[in-house]
Structures are given as C-alpha cells and as structure tokens.
Design a protein around this ligand. Sequence first.
Ligand code: GLC
Length: 534
Amino acid sequence: MRIESADEAAWWESAVIYEIALISFQDSNGDGKGDLAGLLSRIDYLSWLGVDAVWLTPIYRSPFRDLGYDISDYCAIDPAFGSLEDFDRLLDALHTEGIRLILDLVPNHTANDHDWFVESASSANSAKADWYIWADAAENGGPPNNWLSRFGGSGWEWCETRRQYYYHSFLVEQPDLNWRNPAVRAAIANVMRFWLDRGVDGFRVDASAVLIKDELLRDNPTNPNAKGKPPPQHQKPVFTDDRPGTMDCIEFIREVIDGYRGRMLCGEVQGKIDRIGHFYGNGRPRLHLPLNFALLDSQWGALSLQATIDAYLNAIPDHAWPVWVVGGHDKQRIASKIGEAQMRVLAMLLMTLRGTPFFFMGDEIGRKRVPIPSDRIHDPFEKLVPGYGLCRDPERAPMRWDESPDGGFTMGRPWLPLEPPDGAANVAGQRRDERSILALFRALIALRREHAGLHHGVYEPLRGQNDVIAYRRTDGRKEFLVALNIAAEPRKWHLPGHGRLLISTHLDRPQELLPNASILLRGNEGVIIALEGQ
Ligand code: GLC
C-alpha cells in the first residue's frame, strides 16, 4: 500500500496518528539521543501497531533549549538526528509501509541564533529589521508593557545593539516572528514548500493561537483567579493570545498546504472549548484538525467524560471533523493520572469515538511518568518556573523497548534517564503478552480500520446507566455498540438489541453472540458489540 502524495483527499479522517519525540524514540549511534536512522529501524513496529501517520516533534537544526522548538535553520536536519538524505530515506520507507509523515511547523518563533534574528538584531536599518517584534523601552527604560513570557518573567528582552526590546512568548532565546510582515509569511511559506516538495504529508502548527499580538501593545489585565497558579498565569493573556488577526495567518498557512494535494494541517490551538471551533475556519478554511485535549483534562468519571465529549462535539461546527488527543510531549501521562486499568478503557474510547485519534509514543504500553532526578532535568519550563509540577521531562523520557536498563533505546547514556526496568512497561514484554495494553491498542486500531462505522460512522450517545458510558456507531450498514464501565466494580448493562461481542478491554472474552439482552461488565471493562439481526 505505498502512499502517493495525491492519494485519498481526506485520509486524516480515518487515520490514527502517533506522535513521536524523535530524540527519545530510538538511538542508532550511541550518543544517547534518538535519531532518524533509529526511527527507520523501528518502522516495522509502527506497521505492526497499525498507525497511519506519524507526527514528529521538530527535527531541524536547533540548540535544543526547548526540545527543538527553538529552530536555527528550518530547512536543515539537526546533526544529532542525521542528514537530509536520512530524512528522505525515512520518508520513503514510511510511505512504502503506508505510513504518512507530519512535521512540526514552528511559525511563531525562531531560535535567537537563527540568521534572520541575528540580522534583525544587528540594526534597526537592517533588511530584516521588522522580522521580529521590536519596541522601544517605556519612559522609565523598562519593558514596553507588562506582557509575560509563558516560561516566566517578562516577555521582553533588551537588545543593546538596537537599543530596543524584542518580544518572546516563550524563552528569551525564542524571539517571536512578526507575522504582520509579509516577508515573514513568505519565508515561512517557503519553508513549508521545502518540506512539502520533499513529500511530507502535512504539518502540526505549533503555538498557532499566539501568532499575532496586539499592535497597540496594550497591557494584559491581571487574572483574578491566579491564586496558587504559576506566575505566568497571573495575567489574562487578552492582548497576546488568540487575537483576531491570528486567524488570517492560519488561513495563509492553510493556503500554502492547499497548493498540494492530500496534505493535512493540524495544530496546537487555544484550548478553551468555546474557541476550538474557530480554528476550523468558516468560509476560508484554517486547520483540518485543531488538537483537542479535552479528554486529558477531564475528570475520570462517567458523567464528566460524557459531558466532556458532548461539550466538545457541540462546540465544533457541523462541517468539522473531530479530534481526540490522549497524550503529547507537553502533557502529563494520562496513565499516571487515571491508572493502568482505566488506560485500557480510555484506549477503547479513543479508538471508537468519531474523530481522529492522536496518542503519544509510549501511551500504547501504558507508560507512566518517569521520575527525573533534579540534576538531569532539561525542560526549561521547570527550570524557570519551578515548584508547580510543570516539568515535561517525565513524559519525554526515552521509549522503553525492552527490560534492559536503557530499555533498548541506546548503547550510550540516554539524554534523559529511563525508569528502573523492574516491572516497567516495555514493548518487548508486552508483545509477548497477548493480553497486554499494547495488544489492546493494536487490536482496537485494526478493528477501527476494518469497520467504517467505527471511524466514519454516526456517533449516537445512549443514556448511560450506573457508571457505564455507552454509544452507538453506525455507517448505515453495520451498527456497533460501545459500552465502557468507568467504575472499578462490576456493572450490569442492558443492550438495546442482540449482538456479537467483538472485543473486551480485558482481551479475554470469546467473540460470541451475547445470550441475552444484558451483559455484566467487570470493573474497568469496556466492550465493543456488533449488533445483529435488526
Ligand atoms: C509549543 C510546544 C512546546 C514548546 C512551545 C514553545 O507549545 O508544544 O513544547 O515548549 O511551543 O516552542
């Protein structure tokens, strides 16, 4: 099933998308960092698992202060990861296996050692003087206004050469580009075309909601609900986030993508439920898939989950294709939050809801947060805003492929430590266990692919009883029922019809006709049932 770029217009609607932080996936040369050749050697795993597309966190040349989201050259591979030839080889091998590749696009900021910034900072008369957000000091010589960086402290940094401040939404070393400047837009479009011409299948747009900031530089108001929150949240980011002009930038990025057939744009958006719908666009299209983290943020309970699902589906436009994300490089591992048994139920929910599922490498083995000793912490967020549990390293720890101390990830010293091997979730052990969570993810992905009703079908919630979430999925030809017992104790559930059990989260039930119209679900058990004889 080799992929040709022009294949299937909306392939992403039925795809299962797997996020990989390359630095933590597989090291091939013993430097303790994952690389392109390492990923190439693991394509058989991706095929076996059944994912349709991989999204890679940034692989470009970078000082790596922020997991590569600080880019020095958008059109070069960081030497730690390999070369452009390695990239082409990887893309070709993925496509041969029928797997698509999504790259991270970071349009909001560069690294401060990017040539564009070096030139922009050199003089207010340079050709790139307006490529970043520069402003004069306030009358007292301080920053132009009160805007904060998400990573702590003022969002403004003084530049002695220009005798002006520049704005950075994130690190001091990540200056924000000026998206009001058409030359910046054109430069990012060229970056996109560079990769699209090589054959990538789309982009995940980083920090898309902050591309435009208030032109008048008005101060942000204080956040009245800031008690106990990290300092960057002591302000309401009214004049820095989700400004009206941002949508025009996203539409511009989409137009570049639409110059190619069969490419997809997903993106990190303003997470508030009432804003997510806007990122799809109305008239002028924006993102195909604005990432929705609502399941991650929901409480684990039948009522809250149902409410979360419905609130999200209500909040997106009719024409919008839904998205469900249960893990990511910025998000705490959900298995740590809800537990292993519940993670299996979540896997079934994820693979049977209407919409494109995203999960993060390791979620499929129920990976938990890896404790990182303080002297091994890399994440600048934790270093700059300590004490609030913001560190993202515990989810970014290298993949555990087997039971060995370094998990089969590297022959060298891993850039971040792995958890002690005893009893830790690992791929090899779970591949030997036909009832593992890995086996469950794989079986669910296969089932979803086999039945159009499970990906494209209509979603119809049923009235939940007794901690059971239930819904019907149908494409008009086949009907499926999904029932998930969110409680830890058994619950009886009445089936609206006769059906054949296809799979249980416990992977121990035979595929049999259910003898009567009710089923006893064990604690934390979910089932998918194909309705018959209607
Ligand atoms: C995005 C990335 C995050 C990064 C930030 C700044 O939010 O997902 O990892 O720290 O952008 O680049």
